[in-house]
Each structure stands twice: as structure tokens, then as C-alpha cells.
Design a protein around this ligand. Structure first.
Ligand code: 1HN
Length: 346
């Protein structure tokens, strides 16, 4: 074998390339790495820095013209890909008093986490819900949705974080979209209908649900916060996660969305957590409080409304001097379905 020169191999590679062939032995190690090496990197967006640019966007373009007036939180290692992690998209959306964002639908699933402001609403499949800070709201795949802000002029702007499975759907080449016939879809159901039907650990007796997405599309923050507070009194806190809850689909007990897992967690004042890591890269939104997150080698000091990313298999630990509430989301349902999800608690 030592008679074969580098040149001979290079010549061979050149010739097989013309046949659209490639030698596996040159890339095998990269193709099956011994552990995940995420293309995305840890990153923190300080709300204090981002907010002025959002407000400026409000002066440059209307919600109607923009369709959705959003600043994408683009991972610096994935520029131009509208990706916050390798598999998920996040952006901050601004809607000013009196504005509307027209009705459309797409196969990408979306979640919203309301960051600041009151007076906005979203309509999903004919039911309207008022958006309050901290509310977790779902737009299922292929559901008609439009938004608006009914506050009178001069009132506060409303900002929420959008999370979508855009990179996943792009990878699968399964994206479709349509614009609505009218800017605002007709309201068919009284506000609160879905919560009345499904929000109390009971389900209307003859209900037949289609799809895998939760029939509850607004998980109000007041309820989530109360649940966290109660658990803090009743249970020992987890040394890594504090008190952490998963939003679930009440019909299945499984994830609220088929492609995105969403969580809410409370880190009580004085918490000094242990590191953990998992294969689902995660986007965190600070709902309340300030604290520290150590992500790999980096220390993020975060404040209310900041957003940060923990890539796959990078250890994260949290510490705080005051109560902190974190919302987070990841592609864990997809990984669990494929039998891939792993975590390690150090
Ligand atoms: C979308 O429909 C919304 O409905 C927000 O508010 C962000 C990003 C990409 C594609 C569609 C919305 C989006 C989006």
C-alpha cells in the first residue's frame, strides 16, 4: 500500500467527483462525531440593547406593510439562515396601538411569548385571545392567524417573542403558505372558548381532536406563575432546573406542540444550580428577574426580557440573587420521537 502516493489519491478523487461520487473515508469522523458539535453558538441578546432598534423599526415601517414587523434573533454562527439554533427560529415582534398584522397561514408551527405591553390580541382559527405579558400562545401548523393592537394611540407598544420551527420545515422541504382573503379573519368563537373547553383537566365528552397540537392556544401567565409558586412550596427544587414545568397538550399529556417543547421555570432567590446538558439546543427568554447563566465557557448576566441560546450538549447552570422566571423552548419532541434525546446531569 505504501507505493500509493498522495497524488494518485488526489487524482482519483478528482475523477470520481465528476461522477458525483465522494470517498466516505475522508469524512467519516465528521459524519458520525463522538458527541454533538452544534453549528450554533451561545449568544445573549440584551433587551435593553435590542428594544431601541425595535422601536426604530416602528418608525420606519408599519405592521401592515411589513406583514410581520419582526427582528430575527439570528445566531451569529448561522448568519443569513433565519436560525436562532440549528433547528429553531426566534424573533421579536412589535405591534403598535391601532395596528394590525394580516391573516395568513403556513405549515411552520409558531409560539409566542409576550414580552411587554398590553392591548394586543391574536386570532387563531376563528378565536381571539388577548395577549398579556408572560402568556404562552400557540399557532398550530396551517392555522389561520392575524394579530392586532386595540390600545388607543399613544399607549404602550406590544412586543412578543415568536418561536417557529422554520429550519426544521426548511430541511424537510415541507413549507406551504397562504394569505387570507381578508386582513382580519372572521371571529367564529367567543374569547375564552378553548380554555373553557380544555383548560380544567377535563374535555367535552364527544370531543374528537385533529392533529397533535394542544387545543389550548393561550396558556395565561397568571396560571403558570401560580403553578410555579405552588410547586415551590410543595416540592423540593431540582438542583439543576429549580422548579421547571413543561407545557402540555391536555388531550395527550404530551408536548403542547409536535415540533417544539416549551417550558417555564422558577429559580428562587439565592439559587445556585448545578450544570446540566442536553442534546436539544434551547432558546431562553427571561420573563422576570435577573441572574447569571454559565453556558459552556461563557458567563451571561441576564436581565428581564433578555434572550439567550444554549447549544446542543453545551453545559448550562443558573444562579440568581432574586427570583427568576425563565421561559424556554427547544426541538426536544422531534428528538424524543426519533429516540435521540439525551441529557447528562453533572
Ligand atoms: C409569522 O407568521 C409570524 O404570524 C411571526 O406573527 C414570525 C417568521 C417567519 C415566518 C412567519 C406571525 C414569522 C412568521
Amino acid at each position: 500500500m505504501d507505493k500509493i502516493s498522495k497524488g494518485q489519491r488526489a487524482d482519483y478523487y478528482e475523477r470520481i467527483e465528476r461522477q458525483h461520487l465522494s470517498p466516505l473515508w475522508e469524512s467519516l469522523h465528521q459524519l458520525v462525531p463522538t458527541k454533538p458539535i452544534d453549528a450554533c453558538v451561545p449568544v445573549l441578546w440584551r433587551y435593553q440593547d435590542v428594544r431601541p432598534y425595535l422601536i426604530e423599526a416602528g418608525e420606519l415601517i408599519s405592521a401592515e406593510e411589513a406583514i410581520r414587523r419582526v427582528l430575527i434573533l439570528e445566531n451569529p454562527a448561522l448568519r443569513g439562515l433565519a436560525s436562532t439554533t440549528s433547528t429553531l427560529y426566534a424573533g421579536l415582534q412589535l405591534i403598535l396601538p391601532g395596528e394590525t398584522a394580516p391573516s395568513h397561514r403556513h405549515t411552520q408551527s409558531a409560539l409566542r411569548l409576550v414580552v411587554e405591553g398590553r392591548g394586543a390580541y391574536t386570532v387563531v382559527n376563528g378565536e381571539r385571545t388577548t395577549m398579556e405579558p408572560g402568556d404562552f400562545i400557540i399557532t398550530p401548523s396551517w392555522a389561520w392567524h392575524d394579530h392586532g393592537n386595540t390600545a388607543s394611540e399613544g399607549a404602550e407598544p406590544v412586543v412578543w417573542l415568536d418561536g417557529l420551527d422554520i429550519p426544521i420545515v426548511r430541511f424537510l422541504n415541507a413549507g406551504f403558505a397562504q394569505n387570507g382573503q381578508e386582513d382580519s379573519q372572521p371571529i367564529r368563537l367567543q374569547e375564552g372558548t378553548s380554555f373553557a373547553r380544555f383548560g380544567h383537566n377535563m374535555v367535552p365528552v364527544n370531543h374528537r381532536h385533529k392533529g397533535r397540537t394542544s387545543p389550548i392556544f393561550n396558556y395565561p401567565y397568571a396560571r403558570s406563575r401560580e403553578a410555579l409558586d405552588n410547586l415551590l412550596r410543595f416540592e423540593e427544587i431540582d438542583p439543576c432546573y429549580g422548579v421547571k414545568l413543561t407545557y402540555t397538550n391536555p388531550l395527550t399529556g404530551s408536548w403542547a406542540m409536535p415540533s417544539i417543547a416549551a417550558f417555564i421555570q422558577l429559580l428562587p432567590a439565592g439559587f445556585d444550580g448545578l450544570p446540566s446538558r442536553s442534546t436539544d439546543a434551547t432558546v431562553y427568554v427571561v420573563v422576570e428577574g435577573k441572574g447569571r447563566a454559565t453556558v459552556g465557557q461563557q458567563l451571561f448576566t441576564f436581565e428581564e426580557h433578555d434572550v439567550f441560546v444554549v447549544p446542543s450538549w453545551v453545559p448550562v447552570s443558573f444562579a440568581c440573587a432574586q427570583d427568576v422566571v425563565l421561559f424556554s423552548f427547544s426541538d426536544r419532541p422531534v428528538q424524543e420521537f426519533l429516540g435521540l434525546w439525551r441529557e447528562s446531569l453533572q
